[in-house]
Design a protein around this ligand. Structure first.
Ligand SMILES: Nc1ncnc2c1ncn2[C@@H]1O[C@H](COP(=O)(O)OP(=O)(O)OP(=O)(O)O)[C@@H](O)[C@H]1O
Length: 207
C-alpha cells in the first residue's frame, strides 16, 4: 500500500509555457496537502503528472510502502490511486446505479464498499435516474462514491468541493477525515480552504 508519495525536482511545461520547475513535495500516510495558486498556475497539471497522465519535463514521482520500499509506479497509480478531476468521468446514458456499479467493478471494489458509497453520499434516491438527469452536485456525489466504493490509498482531487452545497461539503470533509484516519493520503487542488488540517503547497502564478 502507498505510504509515501515523493515528488522530486519536478518540472512541467504546457506548450511553450513553463508552469513550475524544481518542485519537491512529500506526503505520508494520514496527511493532506492542499494545492493552491491562481487560475492557470498548474494545479491540474501537477495532479495529472502525479497520476501519470502528463509527462513531466524533468524530475521524479515515486511511491513507497510503509517499510520504505519503492512501489511499482504503474501499479501504484493503477490500483492505489484515485484521480477525481473537473470532469466527473461518468457515462451519461447509464443510470446512477449502473454507473456506480460499473465504476466500482472496474476499479476493483468489494460489494460492501458500494453500499457504503450509497450511504455516504446519499445516493439511494438517485440510483434509478440516468446520469444525464443529475445536477452538477449530484453527479459529483456519484463520482465521489468511487472514492468510498473502491478504497484506494492516494486521493488526487481537483477542486472536489466546487459543485457541492454546504451539506455535502461537510459530508465530504468527514469522508476525507476518515480516509486520513485510515492512513490515506490526499492532495487536493482548491480555491477555497479545506475544512481539515492540511499543509499548503502554493504554485503561485499570475492572476
Ligand atoms: N492540453 C493543454 N495544452 C496546452 N496547454 C494547456 C493544456 N492544458 C492546460 N494548459 C495550460 O497550462 C496552464 C496550467 O493549466 P492548469 O489546468 O494546470 O492550471 P490550474 O492551476 O489547474 O488552473 P485553474 O485554477 O483554472 O483550474 C494553463 O496556462 C493552461 O492554458
Amino acid at each position: 500500500m502507498i505510504h509515501t508519495l515523493s515528488i522530486s525536482d519536478l518540472t512541467v511545461s504546457r506548450g511553450e509555457r513553463l508552469l513550475f520547475q524544481g518542485l519537491d513535495l512529500r506526503i505520508q500516510a494520514g496527511e493532506a496537502v492542499v494545492l493552491t495558486g491562481a487560475n492557470g498556475a498548474g494545479k491540474t497539471s501537477l495532479l495529472r503528472a502525479i497520476a501519470g497522465l502528463l509527462r513531466p519535463d524533468a524530475g521524479e514521482v515515486a511511491f513507497h510502502d510503509g517499510d520504505g520500499n519503492p512501489l511499482d509506479e504503474r501499479l501504484a497509480r493503477g490500483r492505489e490511486t484515485h484521480f477525481l478531476g473537473h470532469q466527473d468521468g461518468l457515462k451519461t446514458s447509464r443510470t446512477a446505479r449502473q454507473e456506480l456499479g460499473f465504476q466500482c467493478d472496474w476499479l476493483g471494489h468489494v460489494q460492501c464498499g458500494l453500499d457504503d458509497a450509497v450511504e455516504a453520499f446519499g445516493l439511494a434516491p438517485l440510483l434509478d435516474l440516468e446520469v444525464r438527469r443529475l445536477s452538477a452536485g449530484q453527479r459529483r456525489r456519484l463520482a465521489m462514491g468511487r472514492l468510498v466504493g473502491s478504497p484506494r490509498a492516494l486521493w488526487l482531487l481537483d477542486e472536489p468541493m466546487a459543485p457541492l452545497d454546504a451539506r455535502w461539503r461537510a459530508v465530504f470533509a468527514d469522508q476525507m477525515r476518515r480516509h486520513l484516519d485510515a492512513d490515506g493520503l490526499i492532495l487536493a487542488a482548491v480555491h477555497d480552504p479545506l475544512p481539515l488540517p492540511a499543509r499548503t503547497l502554493d504554485l503561485g502564478g499570475l492572476t
